[in-house]
Design a protein around this ligand. Sequence first.
Ligand code: HEC
Length: 269
Amino acid sequence: MPLKPLLLSALFALPASAAEPVLEARAKGAVVAKGSAAELSARVATSRVVVPNPFLGGRSKPYEAFPAAALLDALYGKDWRDAPSGEVAFLAADGYAARVATAKLLEGGAWLAFRDLDKAPAWEPVGEKNADPSPFFLIWEKARTPEAGYAWPWQVVAVETTRFEDAYPHLAPAGAKAGSPELRGYSLFRAHCVKCHGLDQEGGKVGPDLNAPRNVTEYRPKDQLKAFIKRASSFRYTQMPDHDSLSDKDLEDLWRYLKLKAAQRQKPW
Ligand code: HEC
């Protein structure tokens, strides 16, 4: 009987899986998801990846790793892909933050390594200061080196992104039903337009605001507006790109979304 508390405390003292390092996914400063490499690999398939490591003089080395984009999908849902900042921060234990463009992460050569396959369970140190890259190390295939503009943060303990709806809380079509043209138009707007255009000054600033002070559906005839969005270059020499891939239904839904937003202005401009 007196043995029991001893045994228990011995159990609690054991590091085992409790001490396994965890990757945190943060948004707006809060932790929205987290998991150890083992937990995450139950959700995202890992691969053995051999990359020339610029922090080992370019020597090729095998790691076990998560495809970065699929891992971020699992942590955040697909929203991170159109994060308005266009960046994901990889945060190291010492507070260092490497900001990596979303577009680069979507190119397909980015991996978050969690095991050194030459030295496991240890890690071969990297860089001039012989740093231990664990627990997570962002590595890249295909000559994507720091000199080429690709960051290789090590000792990563967290990732952070800004979710679209956190950064642009007023762009959603309030009251639109699931499957409605307005909601579909909103997702097309997010995918194709918001990087350049805002509504009520929320969104991109490359092109004009489409809702303030007046909504574009109020002063452009519908057919002309749809034709312009599809092929602006047939109207004028402009920075506005053509959107030949948008179907008639897409253009109609975009119009419906913009039209609805006219009735949902944030303030009388
Ligand atoms: C790469 C940046 C960019 C993207 C992406 C873009 N636009 Fe534009 N857009 C512009 C710029 C710059 C202008 C202003 C120049 C012009 O009107 O020719 C413009 C003009 C417009 C206008 C004309 C407004 C007016 O009253 O004349 C409309 C409407 C418009 N864009 C809608 C859209 C929609 C809808 C999308 C998404 C399908 C989109 N744009 C995507 C840059 C962009």
